[in-house]
Ligand binder design. Structure first.
Ligand SMILES: *[C@@H]1O[C@H](CO)[C@@H](O)[C@H](O)[C@H]1NC(C)=O
Ligand SMILES: *[C@@H]1O[C@H](CO)[C@@H](O)[C@H](O)[C@H]1NC(C)=O
Ligand SMILES: *[C@@H]1O[C@H](CO)[C@@H](O)[C@H](O)[C@H]1NC(C)=O
Ligand SMILES: *[C@@H]1O[C@H](CO)[C@@H](O)[C@H](O)[C@H]1NC(C)=O
Length: 362
């Protein structure tokens, strides 16, 4: 009798065990809210941090940026979005990102943080250039648990997998702690070389819209102390806020900066007069609709890409729901005839290749 009991118990235990072994994937999926980080644990991949600061009417634009990072994450990195934002904007982000996390489980996570500036000088930092743009200058001391991150402005879109830009960290030499792209490619239309009343990096300065940061190294060099003293000395001469401060810092420390090519921060300046960003081999990796170009008709290439991404529903077919409508928009004569629209096939080289390769395989 006792043996029979034991056998029965064993059988039940086995049945339960086998149920869990076989059902595990769907069981885990159903509980995804509770097992965040599963992907990280399973793949052993550390999260790649993408940090953005969002103030004013830029929530939608920020969400479209995040969507593009998720869409192009074909290397299946585990993404972690950190969003610094004003009071009252968190819920809008949380709602959308929770929906997306249900559609693309285990591929990303997010964190929403309040703005924070050095006490004592808060109002001044908050109002430097655009509301809260200076926030990113303080990331090394705000995210003390993070080694490295990619900072982006809200008005950028990914057109390539995040792993592509991330590989520059591996190219840093011993002194480099950050990577940026040049502000300009051409002396005749550069801003810093013609107008700046303060020192700046290199020949034409750097643009700060897309910035790789090794926070560990930035903390080691006491980045924040440098920032505060540069601000004190130059505040009456700077125009573009945080970007000017970054340019001044790397003027004094050029050995700490790695320069990425222009296709990692492609802006209207690169094509509005003539094509001055040599991307013959690569195509655009990250596009930056600065000065409102994603929302204006001045160079419709930029607005077309933004709108195609905005209309795309995450989880649907990227070829038919993103790329095809985008190509249709770009084939309108007025777009094709614009100076940036003319080179759209060059601009979209990576995006086309990545997405169509994906859909050939599937
Ligand atoms: C950042 O720098 C630290 C210190 O040199 C280094 O240990 C770490 O691997 C670097 N991070 C990346 C992503 O390269
Ligand atoms: C790293 O590269 C930068 C830029 O080329 C250079 O200025 C710096 O001296 C290099 N550092 C080392 C340790 O080689
Ligand atoms: C563009 O870059 C490629 C290789 O990086 C080079 O062979 C070519 O000459 C460059 N074109 C121009 C116009 O600078
Ligand atoms: C393209 O634009 C230019 C200047 O805006 C105009 O002169 C030309 O006729 C246009 N060409 C076509 C094919 O629309």
């Amino acid at each position: 009798m006792q043996h029979l009991h034991m056998c029965l118990l064993c059988l039940i235990a086995l049945a339960i065990l086998s149920y869990f072994v076989h059902q595990r994937p769907s069981w885990v999926t159903e509980n995804k809210g509770k097992v965040l980080g599963y992907n990280e644990l399973q793949t052993g991949k550390p999260p790649l941090y993408i940090v953005v600061v969002c103030c004013g009417q830029r929530v939608q634009e920020t969400l479209v940026m995040i969507k593009s990072a998720i869409l192009f994450n074909y290397d299946e990195e585990y993404l972690k979005f950190v969003i610094f934002t004003e009071d009252g904007k968190g819920d809008e982000f949380r709602e959308k990102l929770t929906d997306w996390r249900d559609i693309k489980p285990f591929t990303f996570d997010f964190e929403i943080l309040p703005l924070k500036f050095p006490s004592g000088n808060e109002v001044e930092w908050r109002n430097l250039f655009k509301p809260c743009a200076a926030q990113r200058l303080f990331l090394p001391s705000l995210l003390t648990h993070v080694d490295s991150l990619l900072y982006v402005d809200t008005d950028i879109l990914f057109l390539s997998p995040i792993s592509d830009i991330w590989r520059f960290f591996k190219k840093f030499n011993e002194t480099q702690m950050s990577a940026l792209t040049p502000e300009h490619e051409n002396e005749n239309i550069g801003w810093y070389n013609r107008f700046a009343r303060h020192p700046f990096y290199g020949r034409l300065g750097v643009n700060s819209g897309v910035m790789l940061m090794n926070l560990t190294r930035m903390r080691e060099m006491k980045w924040e102390q440098h920032i505060v003293s540069i601000h004190k000395e130059y505040k009456l001469r700077i125009i573009w806020g945080d970007q000017d401060i970054i340019n001044i810092l790397f003027y004094y420390h050029p050995d700490k900066l790695y320069i990425m090519p222009c296709e990692y921060n492609y802006r209207p300046d690169h094509c509005m007069y003539m094509s001055i960003c040599n991307m013959s081999h690569a195509g655009v990796k990250v596009i930056h609709g600065n000065r409102g170009y994603f929302h204006s008709d001045r160079q419709p290439l930029f607005k077309s890409i933004y709108e195609a991404m905005e209309n795309y529903q995450l989880g649907s077919n990227a070829n038919t729901e993103f790329l095809m409508p985008l190509h249709a928009a770009l084939s309108v004569p007025s777009v094709k005839n614009s100076s940036c629209g003319k080179i759209s096939s060059e601009v979209l080289k990576v995006a086309n290749a990545v997405i169509s390769k994906r859909y050939r395989e599937v």
